[in-house]
Write a protein that binds this ligand. Sequence first.
Ligand code: HEC
Ligand code: HEC
Ligand code: HEC
Ligand code: HEC
Length: 160
Amino acid sequence: MKNHVWRPLYIAITLVLIGVVVRFFIVPADFGVHERGYMYGWHRKSNELEWASLPVKYRTEKVCIDCHRDKYADIKDSPHANISCENCHGPNYDHPKNPKALEINRSRSLCLRCHAKLLYKGTLRGSMKGVNPESHYPQAECMMCHYPHNPKRPMQEVKQ
Ligand code: HEC
Ligand code: HEC
Ligand code: HEC
Ligand code: HEC
């Protein structure tokens, strides 16, 4: 073959060789095809353990029942039955040790994130009962009138 064919071919071969050598050094030994074949094996095996050892932060409402039975009973009997405690109170990673108490957020924005009325329905969020934040008792905490663990009950009734 002529030189004008060999020269670019040398360059191509050299690039491939560099690729193979670099790959040999930077790709971890446990990367690639594992027992399950190509379909799910395109990752580093030891990475599975790294993910499994991450501390769990959200632990679902089931862990709250034993200590806050009254709140659990209230909410399960209310239109808020499907909202998880941690949706409003934040993650329970090791409560009541750490944090000792979970967050109590009394801001209007906590509720308005779901209840600010949307003008255009069509999604599930749009069909939820909504209020206009500017005219629905502005300045007042929602909890003044609505008991969050059962919004059908007025707060005055609960506080008695
Ligand atoms: C092992 C018992 C236990 C479990 C489980 C538990 N709590 Fe608590 N919780 C407590 C205790 C005790 C306190 C009071 C801590 C303090 O103020 O020193 C508390 C405080 C709180 C507070 C603050 C109350 C206040 O008046 O300031 C909230 C909110 C709360 N817990 C929500 C939850 C939620 C939501 C869950 C489930 C995700 C949960 N807790 C699971 C025992 C528990
Ligand atoms: C829709 C949001 C929301 C959900 C869901 C929710 N909470 Fe609350 N929670 C609040 C608010 C707001 C307060 C503060 C009420 C007040 O100002 O008296 C509160 C207060 C509390 C308190 C402390 C005050 C008290 O009255 O003793 C505890 C404990 C608590 N919640 C536990 C729970 C548990 C357990 C669940 C799940 C079964 C839950 N909450 C679900 C919003 C929520
Ligand atoms: C994660 C979303 C979410 C959050 C946050 C939330 N709600 Fe609700 N709320 C709902 C759903 C879902 C319903 C029942 C279905 C519907 O209204 O379409 C409901 C129902 C209600 C109702 C109507 C009860 C009735 O008469 O039928 C009131 C009032 C209410 N919530 C007040 C509050 C208040 C106050 C807060 C803040 C403490 C709050 N909500 C936070 C989702 C939410
Ligand atoms: C001063 C008392 C008061 C305050 C504060 C208040 N509400 Fe209400 N809310 C009511 C009353 C009374 C009703 C029922 C009559 C009506 O629809 O106006 C109601 C109704 C609702 C409904 C049901 C609407 C429907 O279509 O049936 C939702 C949702 C609601 N409020 C959410 C909120 C939220 C979120 C906040 C805080 C941003 C809040 N409310 C603050 C008294 C109050």
